[in-house]
Design a protein around this ligand. Structure first.
Ligand code: GRF
Length: 204
């Protein structure tokens, strides 16, 4: 069974979309653990409700050794690491050991509105303020940068004149849930090949 480790920092609606996709049979994989980088993330409750092993690796306690501590937990226990609303930046050995096996979901069409400091509602404020007509979400492979790895999937939403950052966030989040499960499915079925900056999705 294809095993994934899910890293979170907040509410965990993206985690929930993966849990639901497993329950529906859309995803043929198991979640070996859910790890939060802070106390009180509701996503931890969502995992516990499904009897999934959870860990809190508090960024305030572990600081620069956060990534190494997470590696100790996931090494040998996961085929793929999924960053689902995870706000810390992974670095060091974990990026080497899981090279090409870490994906992230970002709530914009990268490279727009991405990079350091661009997360959560700030992304949608920037999009609304810029006046874009289309926004969306991106699933990408994680490299040593912030939101800079090769792009696997993107889904778009129309930005209407009366959209607020909050209304846009709601629309984008709905697409994130679809994109993340689709990305995990494609990878778990061995249908994804990364060639430099390009990600090729093959048939069955
Ligand atoms: C989502 O908007 C995601 O794109 C971003 O953080 C938010 C997490 O939402 N990385 P949730 O915790 O999955 O509900």
């Amino acid at each position: 069974m294809f095993r994934i480790a899910v890293l979170i920092s907040g509410g965990g609606s993206n985690l929930q979309s993966i849990l639901d996709s497993i329950d529906s049979g859309y995803l043929k994989c198991s979640i070996s653990c859910v790890i939060s980088d802070r106390e009180g993330a509701f996503g931890i409750e969502r995992a516990r409700a499904k009897n999934i092993m959870t860990y809190i690796v508090d960024r305030k306690i572990y600081g620069n050794s956060l990534s190494d501590e997470i590696l100790k937990i996931v090494d040998g226990k996961a085929d793929l690491i999924v960053l689902a609303g995870f706000l810390s930046i992974l670095k060091g050995d974990i990026l080497k050991r899981f090279n090409g096996r870490i994906i992230n979901i970002h709530p914009s069409l990268i490279p727009s509105f991405s990079g350091p400091g661009m997360h959560g509602i700030k992304v949608h404020e920037a999009a609304v303020n810029y006046g874009v007509k289309v926004s969306g979400c991106t699933v990408h492979f994680v490299d040593e940068g912030t939101d800079t790895g090769p792009i696997l999937l993107q889904r778009t939403v129309c930005v209407n004149d009366d959209d607020t950052p909050e209304s846009l966030q709601k629309k984008v989040l709905s697409e994130e849930h679809k994109a993340l499960s689709e990305a995990v499915k494609l990878i778990s079925e061995g249908r994804v090949t990364v060639m430099g900056r390009k990600v090729i999705i093959g048939g069955f």
